[in-house]
Design a protein around this ligand. Structure first.
Ligand code: HEC
Ligand code: HEC
Length: 155
């Protein structure tokens, strides 16, 4: 049953892909935090997300939006050192990011996942592409006569 085996593999891959997004926790009953869990105000990510996974996701958010951690997290300057209060929800951008996580999860589960031939899920990069507010203007039309490529360096 070769075909059967292949289907199992594909389904397995999808589950892993969504699981990796760390936003699939929404669908399951909330995991109880293990004793000594490091993070204290996670409403989307599993409370047992490891430090490395969480920080990798946070770096991904920052890159996708072209911002630094303080775009979403409250920080104070203590002399030259920036101190963060990561669990605080005081900055509205943090809650907006939660809404965006829920939206992306829903789009992937209910729409993209149903038609994707390339296993491409929607991510923050899909829309943001380095801007905190995505650009809304369409790209310029392609030039009618594209400029010739620059001459090769004389050798
Ligand atoms: C686009 C907004 C955004 C950016 C930028 C961002 N974060 Fe976050 N961060 C969040 C959200 C949203 C949560 C809460 C996730 C949840 O509720 O599951 C969070 C949670 C955290 C937590 C867990 C706090 C706790 O105890 O609950 C840490 C630590 C953290 N972020 C660190 C960082 C670091 C370090 C950076 C910069 C590299 C960063 N974040 C950049 C949105 C952001
Ligand atoms: C389907 C496209 C789309 C996706 C995917 C998406 N966003 Fe957004 N996001 C938007 C749009 C459009 C806005 C601007 C809304 C407005 O007009 O204020 C926005 C606004 C935001 C804002 C508030 C604007 C600001 O000044 O910071 C944050 C924070 C944000 N997105 C974070 C995220 C994160 C984190 C992800 C990935 C989990 C994500 N977005 C995925 C389209 C998207």
């Amino acid at each position: 049953m070769r075909a059967g085996a292949r289907i199992v593999v594909i389904v397995g891959t999808l589950v892993v892909a969504w699981g990796c997004a760390a936003i699939s926790g929404q669908k399951r009953a909330p995991e109880p935090p293990r004793p000594g869990a490091e993070f204290h105000n996670l409403k989307i990510f599993s409370p047992n997300t490891t430090h490395d996974e969480l920080i990798a996701n946070m770096r991904g958010f920052s890159r996708a939006l072209g911002v630094r951690c303080n775009h979403c997290h409250v920080s104070t300057m203590d002399g030259a050192k920036e101190n963060f209060d990561f669990p605080s929800d005081a900055k509205p951008e943090k809650d907006m990011a939660r809404t965006m996580l829920r939206m992306s999860e829903r789009v992937n589960a209910d729409y993209i996942g149903k038609i994707s031939q390339h296993r491409n899920n929607v991510t923050c990069d899909t829309c943001h592409r380095g801007h905190s507010v995505p650009e809304v203007t369409p790209p310029p039309p392609p030039a009618a006569n594209p400029a010739p490529p620059p001459a090769a360096n004389p050798s």
